[in-house]
Ligand binder design. Structure first.
Ligand code: SF4
Ligand code: SF4
Length: 160
């Protein structure tokens, strides 16, 4: 049986299509974390104002870098270095030598599986336009070395 591409292809050697397909659509990289002076990361439930709660995607993907200068394109180098990426982020998992989780759309063949597994930010977060101070929205500390540390999965979504 042929191994899937993410197990055999180094990040730098993936095609653009393969690279893009790794994104599980969780939307959690559009939800803010706060870093304190000691480097601890705290998860909030506040999202970027351009995050679309219904699609769980950027509401203006083509213009995101103009709209939000801090918005970041994940690259192989970034996948290795951006500790703030969610622990469940496929890019971060692969960069750390881990496999994709069994709920990942590439594994299930179903783009909804990330939501059904309660691993996305869909309908769980509050726009920064109405949230008020980020410090008032901390929901948990992020345990960086624990791939199961995924504070947003503790929130029940408002799916319906
Ligand atoms: S956290 Fe990673 S997998 Fe999830 S939407 Fe962002 S880039 Fe994609
Ligand atoms: S601009 Fe779009 S991709 Fe960037 S953080 Fe905001 S919602 Fe996410």
């Amino acid at each position: 049986m042929t191994e899937p591409f993410w197990k055999t292809t180094p990040l730098e050697e993936m095609t653009e299509e393969q690279w893009e397909s790794l994104c599980d659509g969780c939307g959690k990289c559009c939800v803010y974390k706060i870093e304190d002076d000691d480097g601890e990361l705290y998860q909030t439930d506040v999202c970027c104002q351009y995050f679309d709660q219904n699609t769980c995607c950027c509401g203006d993907y083509a213009n995101r870098f103009q709209l939000v200068p801090d918005c970041i394109q994940v690259t192989p180098e970034g996948a290795r270095n951006y500790e703030w990426l969610p622990n469940t982020c496929a890019y971060k998992l692969l960069a750390k030598g881990r496999d994709l989780p069994d709920w990942h759309p590439l594994v299930t063949g179903d783009s909804e599986s990330v939501h059904q597994a309660n691993r996305s930010a869909r309908r769980k977060v509050i726009s920064e336009k109405v949230a008020g101070p980020l410090e008032d929205h901390v929901i948990a500390i992020v345990l960086l070395d624990d791939p199961e540390s995924d504070p947003l999965s503790e929130i029940d979504s408002e799916e319906g």
